[in-house]
Design a protein around this ligand. Structure first.
Ligand SMILES: Cc1cc2nc3c(=O)[nH]c(=O)nc-3n(C[C@H](O)[C@H](O)[C@H](O)COP(=O)(O)O)c2cc1C
Length: 210
């Protein structure tokens, strides 16, 4: 299944639209009470075509907290096929690309949302870099994901493996763009509303919002 999906995804080429970059907005306090009352929330995400970023912003609107976009010292190629080839190589070599993003005062956060697209049916290498570099020991970790319709793959399992001393909650994986087919940002109109509803239902299930 993994091999088939990856094979399909590497077949065609399309334009890449890069994320608008670092984004360190903070809202005043977590909304919604529940088990997040009095907790400090960090939302760290990786996004190339802004779908995962849009979901990160939806989460922030519901629970507050600080948003941080992961950026690399050496950005990936714009060309989709070149990027897929590079990611496959990095996965094979277990290469962890160095991050340009520095997250200060990580110790002060209780709950860390970690969001990333599915790449090569796995967690993207930059998110592996983040989870390797920053210890989320003792924190509650909440994963989320967007993908082209093939699902999360091994991504949430990798979160658990890289955060052995954290409480990892149930993740949310939702359909985003299909860059292979030239479908980049989709989080607008009806799709945005649907995604917002999925985010809200998931946060309610986690008892983060009412
Ligand atoms: C290098 C690369 C590999 C990808 N591999 C997969 C995959 O294996 N399965 C899948 O469902 N989607 C895959 N996708 C599609 C993305 O997961 C999907 O478009 C996602 O919504 C992109 O999120 P973003 O807009 O935040 O970058 C891949 C995209 C890229 C750029």
């Amino acid at each position: 299944m993994t091999t088939i999906a990856v094979g399909v995804l590497t077949l065609s080429c399309s334009k890449a639209q890069r994320s608008s970059g670092e984004d360190n907005n903070t809202t005043s306090s977590p909304a919604g009470g529940g088990s997040l009352a009095g907790k400090k929330v960090l939302i760290v995400y990786l996004s190339r075509t802004r779908n995962t970023q849009a979901v990160a912003q939806m989460i922030q609107r519901e629970v507050g907290g600080r948003l941080v976009a992961l950026e690399l010292v050496n950005p990936y190629p714009q060309n989709y096929q070149a990027q897929v080839a590079q990611v496959v190589r990095e996965n094979n070599e277990n290469f962890l690309p160095p991050l340009k993003t520095k997250v200060d005062s990580l110790d002060t956060y209780d709950v860390v949302f970690v969001g990333f697209p599915t790449w090569d049916m796995k967690m993207p290498p930059p998110m592996k870099s983040f989870l390797n570099q920053y210890r989320l020991t003792g924190k509650t970790v909440v994963p989320f994901n967007t993908n082209a319709g093939y699902g999360i793959g091994s991504g949430f399992q990798t979160v658990k493996e890289l955060c052995p001393n954290s409480t990892v909650l149930e993740g949310l994986s939702i359909r985003g763009g299909i860059e292979r087919d030239g479908i980049l940002f989709v989080m607008e109109g009806d799709r945005e509303k649907q995604a917002q509803a999925e985010v809200k239902t998931w946060l309610q299930k986690l008892n983060f919002v009412k």
